[in-house]
Design a protein around this ligand. Structure first.
Ligand SMILES: C[S@@+](CC[C@H](N)C(=O)[O-])C[C@H]1O[C@@H](n2cnc3c(N)ncnc32)[C@H](O)[C@@H]1O
Length: 303
């Protein structure tokens, strides 16, 4: 990896992990399904992929940034539906996957490799729409990403992003036999450790301990506010609601949302709007509670 692309060791580590995952060709690293050939069909496919978050927006003539969108269909479909589209990702392999597909289809796309926390390769107000799916979890400082997105958006531009739900992310793999527990409190900012960071798809098993952060919902909303973005939609959902075995991810996601999604619009009249605003007070500093005693009965894990 070229030095200087990631802004810190966390970016470098996660870039390495995504190179590893892409080399193993796991499903998250290649476009899933095949979109129909007609424009109407492509539009339906893209609306589905973007969870309806930007339904109704006409992409023709728009300038769209697909942020951390390597390995997915979205950049290609934005471009084929008429948008001047840039794909930005930290992983060279994730970019290459889309580059190859775009070449085969004759789809014009611009590719930029970098860390989502530093969009200095892109100019102020260059985009009307920034679409950013499921990857804020890979950085510890979403405020930085959101401020950069606000800078590259044009006045009235739209930012749609999703990430893992901060409460549910703290509970995966924590089944005690009778319920789940939080791996860290909601107020701690450190990476949420995975007990088994092996990504498994059929025969393919890849050890890739990505560093993942569960951002508090208030922090995401307040970062938008601080950057002059007005939040106009907030959703919490799971990909499915069928009951799995007790303690399974499916069972957890049936009861708590797997993802959170926000849509925000850049205020057209200046970074912080025309009216004076009162910043919300800072929350009190987190103080680690006194060590709790261990449960007297050993617990069995459900998975
Ligand atoms: C779960 S994939 C999402 C890909 C695409 N958005 C999709 O839905 O198909 C996460 C992507 O985030 C990228 N990524 C991780 N950390 C990044 C960072 N700091 N800056 C830019 N991209 C990053 C990875 O390379 C990977 O392509």
């Amino acid at each position: 990896m070229r030095r200087g692309v990631a802004v810190d060791g966390i970016g470098t580590h996660n870039a390495r992990m995504w190179e590893r995952l892409a080399r193993a060709d796991i499903p998250y690293t290649r476009p899933q399904g095949v979109p129909p050939k007609s424009d109407a069909g492509k539009r339906r496919f893209l609306d589905d992929l973007t969870d309806g978050m930007i339904a109704g927006i006409d992409f023709a003539g728009m300038r769209v940034l697909s942020l951390a969108g390597g390995g997915g269909w979205d950049a290609i479909l934005f471009a084929e539906l008429g948008a001047d589209t840039t794909l930005f990702d930290i992983s060279a392999r994730q970019l290459d996957t889309v580059r190859r597909l775009a070449r085969q289809r004759g789809t014009p796309l611009t590719f930029v490799r970098g860390d989502m926390r530093d969009l200095s390769a892109l100019g102020n107000g260059e985009f009307d729409l920034v679409f950013h799916k499921h990857s804020m979890v890979f950085v510890p400082d979403p405020q930085r990403v959101i401020a950069e997105v606000a800078r590259v958006l044009s006045g009235d531009g739209v930012y749609g992003f999703s990430t893992m739900h901060p409460i549910t992310l703290r509970m995966y793999e924590s089944w005690t036999g009778t319920g789940w527990r939080l791996k860290t409190t909601y107020f701690e900012d450190r990476a949420i450790a995975s007990m088994d960071p092996t990504w498994e798809f059929g025969q393919v098993r890849v050890h890739a301990p990505t560093l993942e952060y569960g951002h508090r919902i208030s922090d995401l909303v307040n970062a938008c506010v601080a950057s002059g973005l007005a939040v106009d939609g907030l959703w919490e959902w799971s990909p499915g609601y069928d009951a799995g075995p007790a303690g399974s991810d499916d069972d957890l996601e049936r009861q708590l949302p797997a993802f959170i999604r926000l849509r925000a619009r850049k205020l057209a009249n200046g970074a912080r709007g025309s009216r004076s605003r009162i910043d919300p007070p800072s929350p009190p500093a987190f103080v680690r509670p006194p060590e709790r005693s261990r449960p007297s009965q050993p617990r069995t894990r459900g998975r």
